[in-house]
Write a protein that binds this ligand. Sequence first.
Ligand SMILES: [Zn+2]
Length: 416
Amino acid sequence: MATPLYTPAAHEGELYCDSLWFGADIVTMHDGRYNIVEDGALAVKEGRILWVGPKHQCPDFITEHKTDFGGGIVTPGLVDCHTHLVFGGDRSAEFEQRLNGVSYADIAAQGGGILSTVNATREATQQQLFAQAEFRLRTLLAEGVTCIEIKSGYGLSVDSELKMLRVIRELGATQSVDVLSTCLAAHAVPPEFKGKADDYVTLICDTLLPLVASEGLADAVDAFCEHLAFSPDQVERVFDKAHSLGLPVKLHAEQLSSLHGSQLAARHHALSADHLEYATESDVKAMAENGTVAVLLPGAFYLLRETQVPPVALFRRYGVPMALASDANPGTSPALSLRLMLNMACTLFRMTPEEALAGVTCHGAQALGLGDSHGTLAAGKVADFVHWPVKRPAELVYWLGGQLPCTVVYRGESRL
Ligand SMILES: [Zn+2]
């Protein structure tokens, strides 16, 4: 028998919910479109949406918790589906050095670049990494993020990768946000494996991933497919192992050059292929055929002052969903605002505001394999939503930076 939609009423016709929210237009993002319900109402029960629709059609729910927003709009909680939020140290000194004319080569000779983050991450305790990441996470949460993915990938040793993944799990257990953990051990070749990338891949496959799986520390496995990182063959070994352990995969692909990593990802039914500045039509076609989401990352594009934009027109033509994320990381995207990424995606990649908002709601959720439970406002989905005192959803994209005031509701509870 199907589960009844409503709790059986004490008296005929009485319907109970935990909370009722109304007095705003509801931007449902159903099917990746705004699909606005004007003057809507939203009933919540046990952390899920029980009912959503126009206020005048709302059943007469019985609840002690009623909130009248008094105008504005309600969107799904924002989903940041690609971040590297856990890391030791930061690279602000290096950023400043570069702008003062110090060369990349000199910075690298001083141990700068990703190596400095790897060293700082290895030296940091789990508690230190947690405190630093929590600080960064809070700024994202304050602007409406209710679901976030965080990758490892700065430890690059068995112990340090496990340490990072435990920090990610701890963030999920202690903060009012859904945290998905991704093992990105194949992010860079660690210094002790210089010139021996295959041996490092063997360590990942034979030792690290089985430990990660047995401790339940990751929800997915990622890799960086690029000349300066791992080849498609090496990535395939990691993917095969991930599959054998029952873990879904995703890939950093086509960021700086075309290796057709996105086709490899699609062939492995990856949740997403990410970056994609150099993706070709055949890559996009393969992604469409296999349901792989395109995750676009304008923060890294901006900071690296790239000129090759991802093929947005091809993603549209082939119906590949486009997600957007902060890519928050110390080197190429020290971004602490997902909403700023919406503007960047429109300005730099010429996405529409509606596409951008879909990128951090329904398509972001799809990129994490959470399309059935997150990312739109519909009965049965998690009650994660944000009230914004603005007139139109495009305002969330239009205002450049700053912190728009908002009320974030996570699992039906207002997050203050
Ligand atoms: Zn990344």
